[in-house]
Ligand binder design. Sequence first.
Ligand SMILES: NC(=O)c1ccc[n+]([C@@H]2O[C@H](COP(=O)([O-])OP(=O)(O)OC[C@H]3O[C@@H](n4cnc5c(N)ncnc54)[C@H](OP(=O)(O)O)[C@@H]3O)[C@@H](O)[C@H]2O)c1
Length: 188
Amino acid sequence: MRIGVIGAGNIGGTLGGRWQATGHEVIYGLRDPGKREGARSIDEALGGAEVVLLAIPGGAVVDFVNDNAKALDGKTVIDATNNVRGAALNSWADCQPVVPNARLYRAFNIYGWDVFAAPTIGGQQPDLFYAGPDEGHEDVERLISDIGLRPVRVGDADQAGTVDGLLRLWFTLTRDHGRHIAFKLLTD
Ligand SMILES: NC(=O)c1ccc[n+]([C@@H]2O[C@H](COP(=O)([O-])OP(=O)(O)OC[C@H]3O[C@@H](n4cnc5c(N)ncnc54)[C@H](OP(=O)(O)O)[C@@H]3O)[C@@H](O)[C@H]2O)c1
């Protein structure tokens, strides 16, 4: 897939690097493309992308979506951001009306980047819980699998807050267990 990765820090750089290693075409979109070899402007990264990953500060998401609404609308957009100082961790209530035809997914936000960098934990494959529409979810699941995690769809966009609750649990558990921890759904 051709993936536009917006932001090339801990999370964008880690996920983008692993997708490149599994054969995807990753185009980093940066405000200053000179900061990373091969990076492009945000317009260029969005223009050619089949899937967009948002990996920028959570507090910048609403402005980013407003500024780039035309390029984002109609695309699969994976939101890995957390607005840790905001009233909610995600900004979908403000974003979805601006890009009504985008397929918004909440994914890759519940663990630290170090889990995505080394996803096998205790010899096991963790699950990645995510939310978003049924239409298009196969692409998102493939991208989760290519990072090395098992995708578990929690539900439609209305379950974004449920997914965010897992980040709060993850953060709380890191105090006693360190950052290289993750979750698994057990079923019969
Ligand atoms: N770190 C983690 O373990 C982790 C895990 C899950 C989710 N997240 C979430 O992922 C997001 C990124 O975290 P990070 O740790 O990767 O941050 P980071 O290392 O600080 O990287 C942030 C990236 O976003 C870019 N950026 C900043 N403001 C921007 C804006 N207004 N428009 C476009 N690009 C902008 C930065 O580029 P410039 O050089 O231009 O500033 C940089 O490339 C956050 O929302 C965070 O909550 C982080």
